[in-house]
Ligand binder design. Structure first.
Ligand code: PEP
Ligand code: MN
Length: 338
């Protein structure tokens, strides 16, 4: 059960409700988001007389939620959530494409990448300064300086930036460097301490699906972030592990409508890490948009053969531009804008 409080209900009203719930034998979790404060009642709520709580000041709505993920579930909020990313909207009727290189390399590379991303019509940019690599001997990312390079390049085109956070100790640095969207990568989808920390801030978070995670595990991970008070979560399907070796991962297109049914939060798709080859990216991107994705996260590099990371799957600037035109056609057919 969740109790949705009036916008900006004072702490005293929240405390009264918490005490009442505890006296009824359940535990509480208060999630203070920017738009709404939600009190979660956890435990045996079957015998709670909701009328006794509904009458208390500050209560807007009481919703009995059967799913284990409460705040992120569609039961808690029927309408699609639109997330504001430093003025750029993600969700609703829009389809947003986030373009950019796998990793930040040099200022020149980021300047060229930002121009290409803006020129293709993308409104958001990606790039990793800290890279989760399978081998400790592979390039690990340029680190903190990369955040400044990224910011400098992207701000010339008013592109909010998306970058991966791997270590909780870097969160303050990300905030100081005005990262607009924090990406939690596939390898950290169940790093619960990391999820709890990003739950304490209000920056939008892209939560990638763990490479072998079920939909319900993924939803529960998002709930960790939401329970802390950060309701600005974007799911990102990036392909899952299977027996198949002909491509990097299997893009789980089925996950798109399933998630859209289960959650009110936006769902985007990363076709680059799914296919693992640039030539597969257009087909997978089109399938994702047709299936109802709210956006795409596409790796693109000014000169793919020279990329320091994931060179095989990066689109070049012209390929990105061409793909955007095709995607716009698909979006329009299904009544969306891109
Ligand atoms: C990435 O986006 O560059 C990345 C490492 O993705 P994933 O976590 O999906 O592998
Ligand atoms: Mn990559």
């Amino acid at each position: 059960m969740i109790i949705v409080m009036d916008y900006q209900a004072p702490d005293e009203q929240i405390e009264v409700i918490e005490k009442k719930l505890v006296s009824m034998g359940v535990q509480t979790n208060v999630s203070r988001g920017v738009q709404r404060t939600i009190i979660g009642a956890v435990g045996d709520v079957s015998r709670i007389d909701t009328k006794l709580i509904d009458a208390l000041p500050g209560v807007e709505q009481i919703i009995r939620i059967m799913k284990p993920y409460k705040i992120v579930s569609r039961e808690s909020h029927g309408a699609d959530t639109v997330i504001d990313i430093s003025g750029v909207k993600l969700g609703g009727s829009l389809v947003q494409v986030i373009g950019g290189p796998c990793s930040v390399e040099t200022q020149e590379q980021m300047d060229l990448a930002a121009s290409a991303v803006a020129d293709a019509g993308c409104k958001l940019m990606r790039g990793g300064a800290f890279k989760p690599r399978t081998s400790p001997y592979s390039f690990q990312g340029v680190g903190i300086e990369g955040l400044a390079m990224f910011h400098k390049a992207a701000s010339k085109h008013n592109l909010p930036i998306v970058t991966e956070l791997m270590d909780v100790r870097m969160l303050d640095t990300f905030m100081e460097n005005d990262v607009d969207v924090i990406q939690i990568g596939t390898r950290n989808m169940q790093n619960f301490d990391l999820l709890k920390e990003v739950g304490q801030i209000h920056k939008p978070v892209i939560l990638k699906r763990g490479m072998s995670a079920t939909i319900s595990e993924w939803l529960m991970s998002a709930e960790y972030i939401a329970a802390g008070g950060n309701h600005n979560i974007i799911f990102c399907e990036r392909g899952i592990r299977s027996f198949e070796t002909a491509y990097r991962n299997v893009l789980d297109v089925t996950a798109i409508p399933v998630l859209k049914k289960e959650t009110h939060l936006p769902v985007i798709v990363d076709p680059s890490h799914a296919g693992g080859k640039a030539w597969m990216v257009p087909a997978l991107s089109k399938a994702a948009v047709a299936a109802g994705a709210d956006g795409l996260l596409i790796e693109t590099h000014p000169n793919p053969p020279e990329a320091w990371c994931d060179a095989d799957q990066a689109l070049n600037p012209n390929e990105l531009k061409d793909l955007m035109v095709q995607l716009r056609g698909i979006a329009n057919v299904i009544g969306r804008e891109l």
